[in-house]
Each structure stands twice: as C-alpha cells, then as structure tokens.
Design a protein around this ligand. Structure first.
Ligand SMILES: Cc1ncc(COP(=O)(O)O)c(C=O)c1O
Length: 461
C-alpha cells in the first residue's frame, strides 16, 4: 500500500526514541509527586508576585491562588508555590485522566509535531476524521440518529451552533425552552439561556427563553405535571413560537441535580407534538455516567435531535440528525481545535470506551459508590454540617452548613488550603461539588480526600 511522507515521519525510530526519553524523564520527575504537600516558604514571595501580576494583567484575581507548574501525577497537581494538591475539580471537569498522564502526553506530542497548531474550516487533519467518527458511532450505537458531528472550541460554541441549526430549521419560531437554574455557557446568546441574572447583567437581550421547573425527586409525579403544565402555558401564551428545548439532563453548575427518564419523556412528548427540537446539553455530563452519553443513561436515544458535548471530550462538538443539517454558510470556524487537543481527544475517548470505565460494574460506578459511602458517613457524623451526597457517577456533591453560599465558599477555600480542589455550585442551596479525574483516581485517593474534607469540616465553626 502506498505510504505518505507522514507515515514515514511518525514511524521514524528517532521520534520513537525521543518519546521514550520524554516518557522516562516524566516518570522520574512525576514520581516525586505522590501526596499532598504544603507550599514551600522559600517560594512564597515569587508565587505571591506571580499571582499579583496575573491579577493585574487579567483584570481581576483568580478564584483560587492557583498557578500550576505544568506537571502532576494522576489526581495530584503541583502548584508554583511548591505545594501539591488533590485535584478533584479538574478545571471544572476537563482533566479526566488527571495530570501528566503518559498516554495523553504521548498523544499531545503527536499533535505538537504535526504540521499546524490548529485545525479548522478549510484544513483538518486525519485525526479530526477519526474523532468525528468515534463521536458519531458511539452516540448512535443504541438507535440515536445524531450521526453528524461539528467540532468546536467550547461548550458555549457547541450550544450556539446547535441553537443556530434549530432556529434555521424551525424558522420563524424563535423562542426556546430551558430548565430553571440551568447553565448553557456565557456567549451573548447562551447568557440568555443560562438561568442566572448576574451572568447577563448589562447585556442586550438575544434569545427569548421560557424556563421550566427541573425534576424534583421528592415529588416525582407532581414535578412532571408542573413542568408539562408550565410548557403548555408558555405555548398558549406564545403559540407556534418555540423552536427548541435545551435540556441539561444532569444540572452540573447548579450542583449536580439529576433528572429522570419519565420526566424527560413527558416533556419530549410535548416537544414532538409541537415541532419543538430536543437539544441535550451534555457539555458537563458527557462520560460521567455509566454510559458515555447521558442521553443514553436516561434512555432517550430515540428522542434526541441534537446533542452537545464538551469538557471531558477535550474537543467540544455538536451532534445532529440529518433533518437538522444547516444550510451552506450557517456554520464554519477558523478553529475547531488544536492538533494536540484533537489527538488527545481521540486517545481519551478511546480509553473511556474500552478501558473499563463505563457500564454497571465500570470504574465510574465503583468510584461513585466509594465516594458516596464516605460522604454518607460524614453526614451521619456531622448532621449539622453536611448533607448529601448528591449527584451521579463522576459528579458528586454535598451541602455544607445548610447550603449557605458564604459558608460554602469559605469551606472550599479552606479545603483548597488543606490540599483538595473542589468548587461551589448553585444558589439556594449552594453545594460543594467534585468532578474527580475518574481515569486517574482510586479508592485510596478518595479515602485521603475524604480525610481532608473531614479535617476541614472540623476546622469550620
Ligand atoms: C451544561 C453546560 N453547558 C455549557 C457549558 C459551557 O461550556 P464552556 O465553558 O466550555 O463554554 C458548561 C460549562 O460549564 C456546562 O456545564
């Protein structure tokens, strides 16, 4: 078979040797990062200077005093003050294989030594073709028809692209349904879909959205009725004006609130009877349940028109059915992803699918129940301080001090100082949540993280 120059280049023994040396060096150095470590006092001054500069040039301080050095080991990450922390928030759900994973680094090297930094509209490399194929095949394996895949650079852009396809198909309908307290991103469009007034303060209105109350487990039947009625009321108020319904099946930014199949099916039925497209936003939940896609977990395969993914997928994407294909000119992007990013996405998604993470007995379920067991123990021991746990799979959350926002913030800050990265989510109640690097975490890591959580709870009055 004819070979390209690239086939020869990527198989060149010198590259193999160079990569072997890099991996050896990585192993040796990251082998020193094996546990939580406090900051080195000798680095304090330079670190404070760095943080100050960062705040000055970016126009505001960072949430955490976090500047990484560029190396870590699984769930551990080294900061430039010399400290080592457990990363149980992973850039709000991005570094699923933890830090400095040898396989991810190898994939990134392949991307880095390929011809261009970025891939985009006129020029995509073969890795992009592999990536759209794996997304498409995995999404459609149980009967879903979202076989077309448009790659993009952020979750918000994936949603923007989905909205454009839906509006174009449903023209002139121009309203959308969304869930109360949902998060869809912060572009000018998505800021009006995300249900948080502060995130759109001062912005001109772009999209009219009608918010539907999210599923409430404590009132299963009642919450279905409430939501269906809310949809119907809006449709009576604005007849024929709804183009789509964006559904965040597990509300991540709101604190890991989990929906329900029967609830979604009831709403989807109304959508289908009224020519309203069903858009599932999996930017946060992708690869975090026992199924790769959360619409598969909720068995909504036959009902989804468009699905968006991000974060864990490394490269974001909009997957859509043939009948939502955009007309020429609607979609195109200079950047759909960097070469390294696309190579890493291929590696990581292949691992997720083949590495024993998914399924009822997969690693995601096992780590979830281990973590859950610890948080249940803490809830029993400190009922006045902790409630929960909440969430599903790799999305775990708890409430501290009755969900008070200020206390949740001071808890996450203290937890950070004690060596664990978490984040707050939602309001009324505010939860503390964890998006752990499933592909680099084991039960011992969770045990240690929970010890630090307990210590932090004890330090809070
Ligand atoms: C459900 C959901 N949709 C969209 C987004 C936006 O993604 P990005 O921040 O990559 O634009 C997020 C980000 O947290 C999200 O959780």
């Amino acid at each position: 078979m004819a070979k390209t120059v690239a086939d020869g280049f990527f198989a060149d023994p010198r590259l193999k040797e160079a990569k072997k040396l890099i991996q050896e060096a990585l192993k040796e150095h990251q082998g020193q990062i094996t546990c939580v470590k406090p900051a080195d006092p000798e680095l304090k001054e330079s670190y404070d200077q760095l943080l100050k500069k960062m705040a000055e040039f970016r126009g505001g301080a960072l949430f955490y005093n976090y500047l990484g050095t560029g190396i870590g080991n699984g769930p551990f990450v080294e900061l430039a003050d010399g400290s080592v922390k457990y990363d149980f928030i992973t850039g709000i759900g991005v570094h699923y294989m933890g830090h400095s994973h040898p396989g991810v680094i190898d994939a990134q090297i392949n991307g880095a030594i390929s011809n261009t930094v970025m891939n985009g509209h006129l020029q995509q490399n073969t890795d992009s073709a592999k990536l759209v194929e794996i997304f498409s095949k995995e999404a459609c394996k149980n009967g879903a028809e979202v076989k077309n895949v448009f790659l993009t650079t952020s979750g918000a852009m994936a949603n923007e692209n989905a909205f454009k396809m839906i509006f174009q198909k449903r023209y002139p309908a121009a309203r959308f349904f969304s869930f109360e307290k949902c998060f869809a991103g912060r572009t000018l469009g998505m800021a009006w879909v995300t249900d948080k007034a502060a995130y759109r303060q001062g912005l001109p209105k772009t999209i009219d959205v009608d918010y539907i109350p999210f599923y409430c487990e404590a009132d299963h039947a009642g919450s279905i009725k409430l939501a269906v009625n809310a949809m119907k009321r809006s449709m009576t108020r604005f007849p024929g004006q709804h183009a789509g319904f964006i559904m965040e099946l597990i509300q991540g930014e709101n604190g890991s609130w989990v929906g329900n199949t029967e609830y979604f099916e009831a709403l989807i039925k109304v959508c289908q009877e009224n020519n309203i497209s069903v858009l599932v936003d999996e930017v946060q939940s992708f690869a975090r349940t026992r199924d790769l896609f959360s619409f598969q977990y909720f068995k909504l395969d036959k009902h989804v028109d468009i699905v968006t993914v991000g974060k864990n997928s490394q490269v974001c994407a909009t997957l859509f059915k043939d009948d939502h294909k955009p007309k020429p000119g609607l979609m195109s992007q200079t950047f759909t992803g960097s070469s390294s990013q696309i190579a890493a996405a291929n590696f990581m998604i292949n691992e997720m699918v083949t590495g024993g993470y998914l399924g009822e007995n997969g690693k995601i379920e096992k780590l979830h129940s281990h973590f859950k067991g610890h948080l249940e123990r803490l809830e029993k021991k400190y009922p006045e301080k902790v409630s929960g746990p909440f969430g599903i799979g790799a999305m775990v959350a708890m409430t501290v001090f009755g969900g008070d926002e200020a206390k949740a913030k001071s808890f996450t800050m203290k937890l950070f100082e004690n060596g664990v990265l978490s984040f707050m989510a939602g309001t009324g109640p505010t939860r503390v949540r964890f998006l752990m690097p499933i592909m680099a975490t084991n039960n011992n890591h969770i045990n240690e993280v929970c010890e630090i959580i307990e210590k932090t709870l004890n330090e809070m009055t």
